[in-house]
Design a binder for this molecule. Structure first.
Ligand code: FES
Length: 143
């Protein structure tokens, strides 16, 4: 009898610290959330609303604020390269590190571990709200 065919799925996973929530997903079936680049850290977080994940995104994921600032703890090589507009915007972020990215612009290509900075985590619990909110239409999407 021939051996059974085994298929090994190597699905990317993203771990969000400090909540220590890990989501593993098939990129081909992510829903288009309309916030951030398709497959970005923000897009992934919004694809799992029941996980308890919350990544603030005051500008709707349009690279126009810094509320989606995250720090990459592992797997930086598994993210899309930083574009100039992200770099320019990120310069305005609080607590900037050399491992900082904007969650709405960093597209996941493999396993990553990220940390949401404390000031960002506290933003919502302290009554923060989007200034621009959903009033900004999502960017045109190309998949
Ligand atoms: S959500 Fe505003 S820059 Fe990412």
């Amino acid at each position: 009898m021939p051996p059974l065919l085994t298929v090994q799925w190597n699905l990317p996973s993203v771990t969000f610290l400090p909540a220590n929530i890990t989501v593993e997903y098939d990129p081909a079936i992510l829903k288009d959330t309309g916030h951030g680049l398709p497959g970005s850290l923000l897009d992934i977080a919004l694809n799992f609303p029941k996980s308890g994940l919350h990544l603030e995104h005051a500008c709707g994921g349009n690279c126009a604020c810094t509320t989606c600032h995250v720090v990459i703890r592992q797997g930086e090589q598994n993210l899309s390269p930083m574009e100039e507009d992200e770099e320019d915007r990120l310069d305005m972020a609080a607590d900037l590190t050399i491992h900082s990215r904007l969650g709405c612009q960093a597209v996941v290509k493999g396993d990553v571990v990220i940390e949401i900075p404390a000031w960002n985590r506290n933003y919502v619990s302290e009554g923060g709200a989007s200034i621009l909110g959903d009033g900004i239409p999502p960017p045109a999407r190309a998949r």
